[in-house]
Design a protein around this ligand. Structure first.
Ligand SMILES: Cc1ncc(COP(=O)(O)O)c(C=O)c1O
Length: 428
């Protein structure tokens, strides 16, 4: 039995099958946009470890900061203060939208979402929560209650959190109301208004939670016009607007946070994934006025704000600033989008290419324009066989997430696009 098969077998004995790993690759080393497997193969990692490694694998400055912290102490458990954790919070609020200046550190995206929902219910005294169809907010019970990217994640877990309502996400390429750019009357917003008329009065809704760019649900950016109107609607009814920036944040779209693309500022924001380059950390961020009404004991954590993760987070933000990775993501993303759109123009199996910065979705379609999961799978397989790791998304698994680390070099990007193009040619 070769080494990899041996490890897969060992893993199957100790990991429940509920844990899904994408690919049979055993990582030996990671550096920048590449990984090396234990069998000596090199891969371009355009999954960024599930949109986490925005500054790449093992950035030396991040490692150095983490090591330095390791030499002093590792854990506080909420017993003592740590200079590093306070400094990380201070650093994070320098990049969050103005007014979002107080936070609660947790460990994962789902935990941050739980925190955001709890905060909203606590400070408003209301119960209702509205989320959007196709959303992915994590796997804990509260988080799956607002997640509808696939019924698989909710199956056999009902009853979920009560008083959660779902409104259609403005996923324009597959408009839930079959409208086009010229006929769009913001029906998604009209639906939400009717939800307040028919299902739950707006004054009983604590929060509306939305990903400014739908992630797992298909990489659909919400139109700026929609987010602006949603902001108005929430303000009008005293509903807190939560942006889940777990996947779209930390520079991925060329802005610190994707909400900036529409100039809409939420009341609460969740941040995780890229916040600490692979060290577990997340945050619920909101304005002081709101946060100060969240009373002592209303929320808590043992590991949240771990000092090693916090040291890595400070270094991550500094790297993004010093290496000007926001500009790089915007410019590099535009170039990648252009080339991908040229590919789409030549090969009808690519129905749509969309996104901002290095958060790009590529949607595969059949001759009738319906989702083509088979073509998508074949292209992903071709890419993997040729040393390019990409992952899919969308309810039908027909969309490729093109999400390289922001530090990807031009040569790596060109190589990846060449491999991808060959893969697309192969499914024509
Ligand atoms: C938008 C969004 N929210 C929340 C989560 C959950 O994050 P985690 O897996 O760290 O709990 C994810 C994970 O993919 C996500 O994309």
């Amino acid at each position: 039995m070769d080494k990899l098969a041996g490890l897969v077998n060992r893993a199957a004995k100790v990991f429940t099958p509920a844990l899904h790993l994408y690919y049979p690759i055993t990582i030996a080393k990671g550096s920048g946009a590449t990984i090396e497997s234990t069998d000596g193969k090199r891969y371009l990692d355009f999954s960024s470890g599930l949109a986490v490694l925005n500054v790449g694998h093992n950035h030396p400055r991040v490692l150095e900061a983490a090591r330095k912290q390791l030499d002093s102490f590792v854990h506080t458990g909420g017993i003592y203060y740590s200079e590093t954790s306070v400094a990380a919070a201070e650093k994070l609020v320098t990049i969050t939208p103005e007014g979002l200046d107080m936070l609660f550190f947790s460990n994962s995206g789902a935990e941050a979402v739980e925190g955001a929902l709890k905060l909203a219910r606590f400070v408003t005294g209301r119960q209702g929560i509205v989320s959007f169809t196709g959303a992915f907010h994590g796997r804990t019970l509260g988080a799956i209650s607002v997640t509808t990217s696939t019924a698989l994640y909710r199956r056999r877990y009902h009853p979920l959190l009560p008083s959660v309502y779902h409104s259609p996400y403005p996923s324009c390429f597959r408009c839930p109301f079959q409208a086009g750019p010229d006929t769009c009357g913001l029906s998604c917003l009209r639906y939400l208004r009717s939800l307040f008329e028919r299902q739950i009065p707006a004054e009983e809704v604590a929060a509306v939670i939305i990903e400014p760019v739908l992630g797992e649900g298909g990489y659909y950016p919400a139109p700026a016009r929609f987010l602006a109107e949603l902001r108005k609607l929430c303000t009008e009814h005293g509903i807190l607007l939560i942006f889940d920036e777990v996947q779209s944040g930390m520079g991925r779209t060329g802005r610190w946070f994707a909400g900036e693309l529409s100039s809409v500022v939420p009341d609460i924001m969740t941040v995780a994934k890229g916040i600490a380059s692979g060290f577990p950390l997340s945050a619920v961020v909101a304005g002081k006025e709101l946060m100060q009404r969240w009373e002592p004991g209303a929320h808590g954590t043992t590991f949240g704000g771990n000092p090693v993760s916090c040291a890595a987070s400070i270094a991550t933000i500094e790297v993004i600033q010093k290496q000007k990775l926001l500009d790089k993501s915007t410019l590099g993303g535009d170039r990648a989008l252009n080339r991908l759109r040229r590919i789409a123009a030549r090969f009808p199996v690519v129905g749509d290419v969309r996104g901002f910065g290095y958060m790009i979705g590529i949607e595969f379609v059949d001759k009738l324009g319906e989702p083509d999961a088979d073509a998508c799978r074949k292209v992903l397989d071709h890419c993997l066989a040729n040393g390019l790791i990409l992952i899919g998304c969308g309810p039908k698994r027909n969309i490729v997430r093109f999400i390289p680390p922001l530090v990807v070099t031009d040569a790596e990007m060109e190589a990846a696009l060449d491999i991808f193009e060959e893969g697309v040619k192969g499914v024509q």
